[in-house]
Design a protein. Structure first.
Length: 341
């Protein structure tokens, strides 16, 4: 029997393969299953339920050597709320399931849940259940999130059209740079015992340890009467997410390097680490900003959105997805961000 390694497929290749082995939707209320930031289930003629799940595993997604448990709890909730925002919906309830090894005392769980409680309060979400079990090593957090959206206001990945405008809700690259600083300082501490000095990197470290779901953007879009033609949140890197939108919508995209929003602390940190900030922005991931497209008829209204950047536009599929650099070069975008296997 042949053996296919999972890293040959990657996360999305595996999802597509497994999806092909499953029966099609058999229940009329299942409007969308696998393939977007959340599943969509009909509640009525006008309202839909959104459902998504996410898992965080110690040693894969986080390192407790530099991740405070309260921050981890907050982040675990925020990244799931972000999936609801990416559908132009509102998160309402979550369930939390934990796999915990015997190295964690009750006090550690209290810290973790204190962070979750803060996030639930901030986002107006109720924690309504879950499960706990033992883990042979490390901590495993699995969160499911339930949200709602008006049926005609959901933003899927699949409806971007040529000439739509590509929009971004905030700066990129900071979370990746924050991770690089945390890893570096951990190594220094382990080799010398020197305590880390993180104050000069407060912005980038904060973006890594405590990201925020951009629910404010969803509220502003609704107030202005704008429904994005396609939307996704940036977890795996801007280039990867652009390619997801292109594939789902069967379009191409043009991205302008000069239009990418970059934070001053990110610029300084990238220079110190001898990294290209554009590369960090394209492939770093974990920024959890919203990437979305709007019709040109909504451009005037969209200019009133707070902190939204117009970074490119949608083209016909045969043009592909390309970065236009400050130097005038055109470079085909490739997915080089987080790989799951």
């Amino acid at each position: 029997m042949s053996r296919t390694e999972l890293n040959q497929l990657g996360e999305f290749g595996l999802i597509e393969h497994l999806k092909s082995t499953l029966p099609p939707a058999q229940v009329a209320s299942t409007l969308l299953g696998i393939g977007d930031d959340a599943a969509v289930i009909a509640l009525s003629d006008t309202e839909s339920l959104l459902f998504a799940a996410d898992m965080l595993i110690e040693g894969v997604h986080f390192d407790l050597a530099y991740t405070p448990l309260q921050h981890l709890g907050y982040k675990a909730v925020a990244v799931n709320v972000s999936d609801m925002a990416a559908m132009n919906g509102v998160a309402q309830q979550i369930t939390v399931s934990l796999g915990v090894s015997n190295r964690f005392p009750l006090e550690a769980m209290e810290e973790l849940y204190a962070g979750m409680a803060k996030a639930c309060t901030f986002y107006g979400v109720d924690l309504v259940g879950g499960d706990t079990t033992t883990s042979p090593a490390g901590l495993v957090i699995s969160i499911s999130v339930i949200g709602r959206a008006a049926k005609n206001a959901i933003s899927y990945r699949k409806n971007a059209k040529p000439n739509d405008i590509l929009c971004l809700s905030g700066d990129l690259g900071a979370a990746y740079l924050g991770l690089q600083i945390l890893v570096r300082e951990k190594e220094v501490f382990q080799s010398t015992g020197q305590q880390p000095e993180l104050e000069p990197y407060s912005y980038v470290v904060g973006r890594q340890l405590k990201p925020e779901a951009r629910v404010d953007v969803v509220k502003e879009l609704a107030q202005l009467g704008i429904i994005p033609t396609a939307m996704i949140d940036i977890s795996d890197g801007l280039a990867s997410e652009i390619l997801h939108l292109c594939k789902a919508s069967q379009v191409g995209m043009v991205l302008y390097e000069e239009n990418l929003p970059l934070h001053e602390n990110s610029l300084q940190t990238a220079e110190e680490l001898n990294l290209s900030l554009t590369t960090c922005a394209l492939h770093g991931g974990e920024d959890y900003e919203l990437l979305f497209t709007i019709s040109q008829k909504d451009y005037e209204k969209a200019q009133r959105l707070t902190g939204i950047y117009f970074i490119g536009f949608v083209t016909e599929a045969e043009w592909g997805a390309n970065l236009h650099t400050r130097a005038g070069e055109k470079i085909a975008l490739q997915a080089q961000g987080w790989t799951h296997f």
